[in-house]
Design a protein around this ligand. Sequence first.
Ligand code: 16G
Ligand code: MG
Length: 563
Amino acid sequence: MNEDQRSLLLSSSSRFPPPQGVRLLYGTAGFRADAALLGSTVYRVGILAALRSLKMEGSVIGVMLTASHNRVSDNGVKIADPSGGMLSQSWEPFADALANAPTSQHLLQLITEFVEKENIPLEGVRRPEILLGRDTRPSGESLLEAAKQGISSILGAVAIDKGIVTTPQLHWMVRARNQGKKSSELDYFEQLSSSFRCLIDLIPSGSKISEVDERLVVDGANGVGGEKLEVLREMLDGMVVEIRNSGKDGGVLNEGVGADYVQKEKFAPHSFGSQDVGLRCASLDGDADRLVYFSVPSKSCNKIDLVDGDKILSLFAIFIKEQLNTFSEEGGENMSSTYHARLGVVQTAYANGASTDYLKKLGLEVVFTPTGVKYLHEKAAEYDIGIYFEANGHGTILFSESFLCWLEARCGEFSSVSKGSEQQKAALRLLAVSKLINQAVGDALSGLLLVEAILQHMGWSIQRWSELYKDLPSRQLKVKVVDRTAVITANAETMVVRPPGIQEAINAEAAKYPQGRCFIRPSGTEDVIRVYAEASTQEAADSLANSVARLVDQFLGFGSSSK
Ligand code: 16G
Ligand code: MG
């Protein structure tokens, strides 16, 4: 590292001293904390992003300022790699070390060692480029400044501010830019709206939905998703969408609103209620990378019928499978080449057991990974079509390059020999899905449009969709413990290997209840252990969750060390 670079780093970092007595971790999806603590972390992430760009031969890297569904006083920062996916896990320890370096000297030493170890061409010819995005949090603006300072403390690095965007928009832009494709926000909206239109135009003529089902009401969590959906709505003629909680009417981000609230509490969000009985409703989270649907079944209470990520996954899987089946039906063998597309479904331990049974009965290959998009995404990318969803509503569908090439070729072939055939329509639909659904990360806006297109295609109401299977009752709890890192899990978080003895105790509890299933895991975003239980009745699920929470407290709680 040359002298100019050293002194630049030393002088700029002295303006962003780290907070005292706080240890910040990159966690499941980036750093998250009270916004007041994050200035130095965001500045340092700016440095890391510039180094990552240099390491990746000048590819564009993304930095997103958001704390998703957390309260408005929090904020966070995460990094998008050149593919648009999450930062490579191999760099996470460096991110942790960087965030926690106590002084500018320590910081400089860490960077120098890392640059050497990773062979990062600091004085090369490349100009690292970083796309910056932020959600609607008031702290976003000053943290943006910190990120810019971090980026410009690597000589030659350039920050490009994309303003207020959803998390998936930023990931999409990074991916598109690195692929040499059009990558502006308008391009994003145009791609979504034109592929949606294509799916609608290909709806079989017999499919009809009733008038009441034409209307969709969306809860924008008082975050960035609502305002972006308003723009998108202008480009979608014929879609009736009402947007509430768009943040304009004084509502607070994520307070009693949003996908996380709706999914965990199973209550209608603020400004939804008895006037909405029977309507199809959807809820986004604060940065619009999660989507759940719901309906209000009766006027008498605020309880909802939740249609979660598992059911979105099931809807997508049915539709994709229907299209793939068309290729093997009569006439399909006339194609010049066949392609046995591998379709896979990826879930986590939080997936409702009823959804997994349902998907397996459809004949689908279902695999499990630990919680966190980076794990699900990586697994889904192993298939020609990999559909992944967390129950909380984060998910997407990934298409392999080779399958897309095959589809493109088939479309060309069909248009000369069997124009208008079912096979051609199926190929066109799958291509449209691959353009509509975000290939970089789960995206509530593109997911919403795909759900809407498929429901119209099937002629289904939300009630018909919800009845695909009946969720097993479940309960989630969290328990404060002395040290959550003492819990080590295995088998996609379905069993605990440490501390010894606790898994046997959990098994013994679960065995007491019909269809009882329970697991615990350390949260990656909060300092707690999470407990998930499901069983054949709500009372049983509650009771199982409570007894396992007590076990967690006995083994790991504040009284545990003296026992
Ligand atoms: C983050 C993850 C989400 C996961 C959640 C779990 C990403 C982009 N987001 O929000 O996938 O479900 O954390 O939180 O990876 P927890 O570890 O606190 O339960
Ligand atoms: Mg989110």
